[in-house]
Design a protein around this ligand. Structure first.
Ligand code: COA
Length: 153
């Protein structure tokens, strides 16, 4: 696969099967098809897929929320097909999620996310992009599985 041919677009309904496959291969406790369907239909969601030729190789999904008068983009999920990792696709998807949030919601100044504290590769990616560790959330992913809340302003 040549990542020079990588492109990123809004998720199409026909991408959801590949998104689910990547999700299942990436997480111990994957989101279900119903969750992805809900995200796909939601108007406040920025759901993007990365593809090379016709193959979906990763996705990102973010939701824009307003809390206490502040607009925040929440990165709900980001994953790359295990066979396509360490080729810069995760970085491209993250770059794209940030710029899509800013462009679609100019009032959005903050992007936040939760990541498992033992997910070193994802934490390294977010730190590289300037995300800061904000606080730990105990048992966020279930008993003994803590999350690190991270934020990019
Ligand atoms: C995290 C993930 C999206 C990264 O995707 P990727 O395409 O491999 O990332 P990139 O090739 O763009 O790597 C960018 C940076 O991430 C970090 N990184 C990625 N994989 C890493 C690994 N295995 N070990 C350490 N750092 C890693 C590095 O800082 C890397 O920069 P470098 O190549 O200059 O060292 C991918 O590993 C993945 O899908 N993991 C499973 C799902 C997941 O954990 N998602 C995050 C949920 S919060």
């Amino acid at each position: 696969m040549n990542t020079e041919d990588l492109a990123i677009r809004n998720c199409k309904v026909t991408d959801l099967r590949a998104v689910q496959r990547i999700e299942n291969a990436s997480f111990d406790d994957p989101y279900t098809p119903m969750v992805f369907w809900g995200l796909y239909l939601s108007r406040d969601t920025i759901f993007r897929t990365a593809f090379v030729q016709d193959n979906i190789v990763g996705y990102s999904v973010s939701k824009v929320e307003t809390r206490n008068g502040k607009t925040v983009a929440h990165l709900i999920s980001l994953a790359v097909d295990p066979l396509s990792r360490r080729k810069g696709i995760g970085s491209k998807l993250l770059e794209d999620a940030i710029s899509q949030s800013k462009n679609s919601y100019p009032e959005c100044k903050v992007i936040e996310l939760e990541v498992r504290t033992d997910n070193e590769s994802a934490i390294a990616l977010y730190l590289k992009f300037g995300f800061r560790k904000i606080r730990l959330i105990s048992n966020y992913y279930g008993r003994g599985k803590d999350a690190q809340l991270m934020e990019l302003s």
